[in-house]
Design a protein. Structure first.
Lengths: 421, 452
């Protein structure tokens, strides 16, 4: 198929450059309701994404089409030429053939054994029942070619796992739910995760609303990821080219900073990171790059297109979030003179607005800690802005790897608005 | 062999006592036309083309999905599925139907050239970007898609071609270090007629974005509120949409199960899910399990009457079957999902509702929502709350707004529904995945809620 697409491209002299991504997928999906398998599914998919570039009057237009059968080729190329000829933007070049980093992103696990282990571990838990579980094993192979001579490929695995546990006490029921994506099945540690989710479900049986006011808040686990998307957005080449960034390179990323200063690394070559690949969608080698160092915005991360526009070197994808660990043990983070809230689960993340940095989210489960007493909380919400809440931050000494993040297990923020009872 | 014949034949080949076989073919394609102050982009929405074979014995489903529409290859898989699934006594009523459905467009999108579509989005952008120097960017996009599906269980063979179109406009404003934005999304099951957006609507989009530069944070607490149809729609969707998707009943995850035929809202509360609404973004003619679309009255005068089913929940719960078995694509399984979910309208004039609001806020422009079907917690995020005192807007505005609360508390607090009605278009996930097109809406509602 690729040779046929290339032959058809060559016939069209108006096409200045091109790239082809051949994507093959093989997925196994398992669905459980309670302890019984409800559905099993096998999926195969294959497609070719062809991007053609048309140069006109010193400008460049691009358009991407999906090709699935040989009959599609001529018609799709014709339509892509029309689209690209009209969508003209300042010129940018394609990456040349180069050497790519070696990054480990494939490891197949034994799904049957994993599911047996999971169901057996659940059986050992008392006072709770499994409501539902889903496990996906995804394999993808991507071959990448372009008109500058690149012809390379990678293959990858990913595992998506989610389950829901229901705890019961008398007539009262409460649930806890977790979703995880990892490249390796053995990064989903059943023996650690199941007891944690069971504890959360049991804790959810007796809760109260948090207080209303400004409090110090510790966020832990997968929820720490919620805070970073506005920072990634405002340090991108795309946003800097459009002059929409709220932060300036070479300067402090927030005006006043107390306690721990942020260092943010975009690591697109972290072994077994969910967002690791040897190259980005244009064929630019991926990298590990320091974006913010000790509070100073050092480097823009950028695709080839915006890097050309800004006259900087392309970095490839942002990749996984990497943050150096802090100095404060978790036990110290949750110590405070006043009531402090440790939040372990939001109902649907924090929904940060990338553009403004505002965030807000309903608390699904957390703990109020005051004078040595711990009270479980649920409901109410927290609100803030990423560009101000990082001015007073402490990072935990303990680290975690959660698929697309490697860094402190918990982050403490000060004077965060909570609306509760 | 034609695709309908392939589907019918494969379903027939999988027939076995105690097993319900079905086949769904999907071919989805679309175009995305975008511009902002720096760039233009025209491209395909990635095409989805494939077929899924399914066998269900009342307890378990086994599925095989592939992009490769080669009858002989798929036939082997069909036979393998048939062999693997356990038979039994399960059966469904046989329906001998053959029908073809297609979205009626006032203006067929394919009759409009790409050049004209690009000019349209450029025109929207140009009208807004020069209006005020504080407008730093305008994103303007037109999106069209066609989702063609064929369903067959060997007896019933159906096809539908659903055309959906959308216009997305976003205005970004900046003053000093303050940034704000406002958006307008119009989405329909229909054609190019979606692009009829008036200059007044564009003007309002810009003026509200600029007004937001002066917005303050609201003092957290309980407020008397009037919410616009975009907000009321998401309340319906989150409160009695997700919570009554009846696969959640089978999993024991829905508190609503305990409230069937019980009061969950005030007398004025009526909530519906209806995939038959002509022109609504979440509409379809039949669901992905071949059930012909029909309306479900979920909450009737405050009483929870009916949930939304897929084949699994219908079978396990022995309840009425609704047409809500939907897949994100042929690559994913079916779940019970919403279509167009909304509050029924009332008889109040919105002007009177505002006049009668002594001390409260008028909330508009929803951003999204979430629910907790087990705990009945709910969150809706909106862009603006306007201060109202003595029945009049004071000019003070707050942004952003988070509405949280316990579902029955919010529904019981609803005292008035306006006689107006609007539907918004959007995408809805089950958890954080399985996105399907939906719409939400209703009238303006008067209610009490905790705001932050």
């Amino acid at each position: 198929m690729i040779e046929k697409i290339k032959s058809a491209i060559i016939k069209n002299k108006i096409i200045s450059d091109w790239k082809i991504r051949e994507i093959e997928e093989d997925s196994k999906q398992y669905y459980f309701i309670k302890k019984d398998k409800e559905c099993e599914k096998r999926v195969f998919d294959k497609k070719y994404l062809l991007t053609i570039y048309v140069d006109k009057e010193g400008k460049r237009g691009e358009s991407t089409v999906t090709i699935q059968t040989e009959d599609d080729i001529e018609k799709k190329i014709e339509s892509a030429i029309i689209d690209a000829s009209m969508g003209l933007n300042p010129y940018y070049s394609l990456p040349e053939k180069t050497k790519y980093p070696e990054v480990k992103i494939k490891k197949t696990g034994d799904t049957e054994k994993f599911l047996d282990d999971f169901l057996n571990t659940m059986k050992e838990e008392k006072g709770v029942k499994l409501s539902a579980a889903e496990l996906f094993q995804n394999y993808r192979k991507i071959r990448f070619l372009n008109s500058k001579g690149i012809d390379t490929f990678f293959d990858e695995t990913s595992y998506y796992f989610e389950f829901v546990v229901i705890a019961k006490s008398g007539k009262n029921e409460a649930e806890s739910h977790i979703e995880m994506k990892r490249r390796r099945l053995n990064d989903i540690k059943i023996k650690e995760i199941v007891p944690e989710v069971v504890k959360r479900a049991k804790d959810s049986l007796k809760t109260s609303l948090p207080k209303t006011g400004k409090f110090n808040v510790v966020i832990s686990g997968e929820e720490v990821l919620s805070f970073f998307s506005p920072i990634i957005f405002h340090t991108s080449g795309n946003v800097h080219y459009k002059k929409e960034s709220l932060i300036e390179r070479g300067k402090e990323w927030i005006k006043e900073c107390y306690y721990d200063r942020l260092t943010l690394i975009g690591n697109a070559i972290l072994d077994y990171g969910n967002d690791s690949y040897p190259f980005d969608e244009d064929g630019v080698p991926n990298t590990r790059k320091v974006i913010i160092e000790d509070g100073i915005f050092k480097n823009i991360w950028s695709s080839k297109k915006y890097a050309d526009y800004l006259s900087i070197k392309p970095t490839g994808d942002f990749g996984n979030i990497e943050i150096p660990k802090g100095k404060t043990p978790f036990k110290e983070l949750i110590k405070d003179e006043n009531p402090i809230y440790h939040i372990v689960e939001f109902s649907a993340g924090l929904w940060p607005d990338d553009y403004t940095g505002n965030f807000g989210g309903e608390i699904r489960l957390g703990y109020e800690i005051y004078k040595g007493k711990v009270k479980t909380i649920k409901g109410g919400s927290i609100r803030g802005n990423v560009f101000s809440c990082f001015s007073k931050t402490l990072f935990s000494k303990e680290e975690q790897f959660i698929g697309s993040y490697i860094g402190p297990k918990a982050i403490k923020f000060f004077d965060i608005t909570i609306a509760g009872g | 062999m034609e695709i309908k014949e392939i589907c019918r034949s494969l379903a027939y080949e999988m027939s076995k006592k105690g097993v319900y076989p079905s086949v769904l073919y999907q071919y989805s394609k679309g175009t995305f036309v975008f511009t902002d102050k720096n760039e233009r982009r025209i491209q395909d929405i990635p095409t989805l083309k494939g077929i899924v074979l399914s066998v269900f014995n009342g307890k378990e489903t086994d599925e095989y999905a592939t992009y490769d529409i080669d009858y002989n290859k798929i036939l082997k898989e069909a036979k393998r599925l048939k062999e693997r699934i356990k038979g039994g006594n399960f059966s469904l009523p046989i329906e001998n139907i053959e029908s073809d459905f297609k979205t009626e467009c006032e203006i067929e999108p394919e009759k409009i050239s790409i050049k004209e579509k690009l000019e349209l989005v450029e025109n929207f952008k140009e009208k807004m970007i020069k209006r005020d120097k504080r407008i730093v960017n305008v994103q303007s996009a037109y999106i069209e898609s066609e989702d063609y599906k064929v369903f067959s269980d060997g007896n019933k063979t159906l096809s539908q071609s659903i055309i959906r179109t959308r216009v997305f406009l976003m205005v970004q404003v900046m003053e000093g270090n303050i940034v704000r934005w406002n958006y307008l999304i119009k989405g329909i099951e229909g054609g190019y007629e979606v692009t009829r957006i008036s200059d007044e609507e564009l003007e309002k989009l810009c003026s509200v974005a600029l007004e937001l530069l002066g917005a303050k944070k609201i003092e957290p607490g309980f407020y008397d509120c009037i919410v616009d149809p975009s907000v009321s729609g998401v309340i319906a969707h989150e409160a009695f949409g997700h919570g009554v998707e009846m696969d959640m009943f089978v999993k024991g995850r829905a508190k609503a199960k305990e409230y069937l035929l019980k009061r969950v809202g005030s007398d004025v509360v009526n909530i519906y899910d209806d995939p038959t609404i002509k022109g609504a973004f979440g509409s379809y003619f039949f669901d992905d399990q071949g059930t012909i679309a029909k309306r479900t009255h979920i909450v009737q005068n405050g009483i929870f009457k009916n949930g939304l089913t897929d084949l699994l929940s219908y079978t396990r719960l022995k309840t009425e079957r609704s047409a809500n078995g939907r897949r994100e694509s042929f690559k994913r399984k079916v779940y019970a999902r919403m279509s167009n979910t909304f509050f029924g309208k009332g008889d109040k004039k919105i002007e009177d509702m505002i006049t009668n609001l002594e001390n409260g806020v008028f909330i508009e422009r929803v951003e999204g929502g979430m629910e907790d079907p087990k705990g009945w917690g709910m969150q809706v995020n909106a862009l603006i709350a306007r201060d109202v005192k003595g029945g009049k807007f004071t000019g003070k505005i707050f942004s952003p707004i988070i509405i949280t609360g316990y579902v029955p508390d919010i529904l019981m607090s609803i005292t008035e529904c306006s006689d107006s009605f609007e539907l918004d278009s959007g995408g809805c996930g089950k958890g954080h995945k399985e996105i399907v097109p939906v719409s939400t809406g209703g009238p303006h509602l008067r209610l009490k809620a905790r705001l932050e």
